[in-house]
Ligand binder design. Structure first.
Ligand SMILES: NC(=O)c1ccc[n+]([C@@H]2O[C@H](COP(=O)([O-])OP(=O)(O)OC[C@H]3O[C@@H](n4cnc5c(N)ncnc54)[C@H](O)[C@@H]3O)[C@@H](O)[C@H]2O)c1
Ligand SMILES: [Zn+2]
Length: 367
């Protein structure tokens, strides 16, 4: 079993991320080491609940836990006040108290919602994250950011609430649809770009087909890739728990990525939009931070080989710029981007000229 420690200041706040195929069968032993009591509520969305929830809850009962499963509808809509309120009501009806704990069993939606529920219910319950999407394994489940959405925007209400433990079982990916897997792959490639050139080599070489292959034949390599990406996220958030400059490098590809998601009205998935954003950031890095054209080319090839887009879909350029808050009339405008000096070495670059972005979109966007 691979074990990554996330060291955090303060008593009992540090926690482990454990990674191994089949770990979902050993949750009882793992949880017993970190939870104060034996009363546990699992939260899943209906799909993950149907695939794994009952099985996991039943096993936990056999291992001495009093475990109940709660499910919420699939999708981003469940990160909301009404769903949160319903869960709080159920927890109270079922007698949850300060000695109880929560488990998020699902993707990033379930992880964010359950994490926030754990942060606010009776001023805070322990939570264990058991991510079932690749995106949640390497990103959402690690770092303690939790949130729900409100009409004014995504993730606008939330809290920092660190988990007691993160349990990653790569076998969950066997049932994950290909598009969801690619979505997470973008974040895996991102961690390589910002901090681990060796991971990029692994992805371009032996790992090339791995995460697209539904059989997941080479589990050791899969485990290695997930553990490396998770370790990078852990390292960055441990060094910078509350969103300072260091943590911002995790936003590589996200400045333009978020704008594309928004301009496409979320037809583009997060990972796809970030992939395009990373392709653009590679080009800007050649112009502004000395990345070699050869490295930028290798980076783009890697994204394409994973089935990720490197060109924006046909969207009106004006809408993308509006989403970036670049005013066409103010040509002098400058934006903060994360750029690379080398593959594996990211910097916060405060002044990417709006005109450079507009020119890139002219060259690459169909709209
Ligand atoms: N807290 C953070 O630091 C952080 C970081 C990144 C993203 N996020 C959040 O994560 C969310 C996106 O997470 P996501 O991409 O995991 O989406 P998701 O949770 O909606 O999961 C995607 C879909 O996959 C299904 N699914 C999950 N696991 C499965 C499995 N093993 N087999 C089959 N189907 C499965 C789900 O039912 C869902 O339909 C967003 O809300 C985003 O804001 C949070
Ligand atoms: Zn992201």
């Amino acid at each position: 079993m691979r074990s990554i420690v996330v060291p955090l200041p303060g008593r009992d706040r540090s926690y482990r991320i454990v990674v191994e195929p089949g770990l979902r069968h050993h949750l009882g032993e793992l949880l017993a080491q970190v939870l104060p009591g034996r009363r546990l509520w699992l939260v899943s969305d209906v799909r993950v609940g149907r695939l794994y929830g009952q099985e996991v809850a039943e096993q936990l009962r056999q291992q001495g836990f009093q475990a109940a499963l709660l499910t919420v509808p699939r999708g981003e809509g469940s990160k909301s006040w009404p769903v949160l309120a319903r869960l709080i009501r159920i927890l109270l009806d079922q007698g949850a108290d300060r000695g109880s704990a929560l488990m998020a069993l699902g993707g990033g939606v379930v992880g964010d919602l359950t994490g926030f529920l754990a942060a606010v219910f009776m001023r805070g319950l322990p939570v264990v994250q058991v991510p079932t999407t690749l995106l949640a394994m390497v990103d959402a489940a690690i770092g303690g950011k939790t949130a729900i959405n409100i009409p004014a925007g995504k993730n606008l209400v939330g809290a920092f609430h660190q988990p007691r433990l993160v349990v990653i079982d790569p076998e969950f990916l066997l049932t994950l649809p290909a598009r969801e897997r690619r979505n997470g792959l973008a974040e895996v490639v991102k961690t390589g770009f910002i901090r681990d050139a060796g991971l990029l080599e692994l992805l371009a070489g032996p790992g090339r087909r791995l995460l697209r292959d539904p059989g997941l034949k080479n589990r050791d390599l899969l485990t290695e890739i997930i553990a490396r990406a998770a370790a990078i996220k852990a390292e960055v958030v441990a060094a910078d728990e509350q969103e300072g400059d260091l943590r911002r490098v995790l936003n590589f590809g996200h400045t333009l990525g978020h704008a594309l998601e928004k301009a496409s009205r979320f037809r583009l998935k997060h990972g796809e939009a970030v992939a395009v954003g990373m392709a653009a950031a590679l080009d800007f890095s050649v112009t502004l931070t000395g990345l070699s054209p050869e490295e930028a080319h290798r980076g783009r090839e890697l994204l394409a080989s994973m089935g990720l887009p490197t060109q924006p879909p046909p969207l009106p350029k004006d809408e993308i710029l509006r989403a970036l808050k670049v005013d066409k009339k103010k040509q002098g405008e400058r934006l903060v981007f994360i750029l690379l000096r080398r593959l594996g070495d990211a910097v916060v670059y405060p002044a990417v000229p709006g005109a450079l972005i507009a020119a890139w979109l002219d060259e690459h966007a169909g709209g």
